[in-house]
Design a protein around this ligand. Structure first.
Ligand code: SF4
Length: 224
């Protein structure tokens, strides 16, 4: 596949860009929030692990019954691996996911007194938990700041001239410099909503895009 052209990044301009599109996206998507249903940090941690290579809609269908069966870290840690695999099978990559969930829950019991930790460093130590998952949990279960770099955030950040990186971690650090910290969590949700509704991967709807005026990739397929 041909390498996509990247927009030249100027950090100061990118900061201004964020400041301009922020109120427009906020007004456009007042409903923007985490799409994974959960009632506590543990449920969100599990749902986020299950969401890798799977749609949020499918994860929500599975967790609706799953969370009635597995109510605590102890239930997950004690359950036979094969049973967890069967219960999460329809989310895909179920062997890895089941292993990671069971192990993470055991670690939470052993090292964190049975409570999901609330710092990036500790979450990363759970094993099978990367920065993306940790940021989802920090931002949405603990009210801390977290930029979640999923496929939408990566694609739109590049098109909008906020970062030239396609590596999620490098891009996250770019965004941390140009988005005010208090807005990190909601900024990710707004970008995801815009990516799903308007700035889609193959054919972005630049003609109806609310932020087209400020987008260097508007109507310019070489940047898609
Ligand atoms: S103008 Fe087009 S490329 Fe830019 S954000 Fe809008 S839909 Fe995406």
């Amino acid at each position: 596949m041909a390498k996509k052209a990247a927009i030249k990044i100027d950090k100061e301009k990118a900061k201004q860009q964020v400041a301009v599109i922020w109120p427009i996206l906020k007004k456009t998507y007042p409903q923007a929030k985490c799409a994974l249903e959960h009632t506590n940090p543990l449920e969100l941690l599990i749902a986020t692990i299950l969401s890798a290579q799977c749609t949020d809609v499918r994860v929500n269908i599975v967790t609706k019954t799953l969370f009635k069966k597995y109510k605590s870290v102890n239930t997950w840690a004690k359950a036979p691996l094969e049973q967890i695999e069967q219960d999460i099978k329809s989310t895909g990559f179920y062997r890895n996911k089941a292993f990671n969930i069971k192990n993470a829950c055991q670690k939470i019991i052993d090292d964190y007194n049975g409570k999901v930790p609330d710092t990036m460093d500790e979450l990363l130590k759970l094993g099978g938990v990367g920065r993306k998952t940790a940021n989802v949990v920090l931002g949405n279960a603990f009210g801390a700041a977290g930029i979640v770099c999923d496929t939408h955030v990566i694609r739109l950040s590049r098109r909008l001239g906020l970062s030239a990186n396609s590596d999620a971690v490098k891009l996250e650090f770019d965004l941390m410099e140009i988005v005010p910290k208090k807005n990190w969590t909601l900024f990710s949700h707004l970008i995801v909503f815009h990516g799903r509704n308007v700035c889609q991967a193959r054919k972005p709807k630049c003609d109806i895009c609310q932020i087209a005026k400020y987008c260097p990739a508007a109507n310019n397929p070489k940047f898609w």
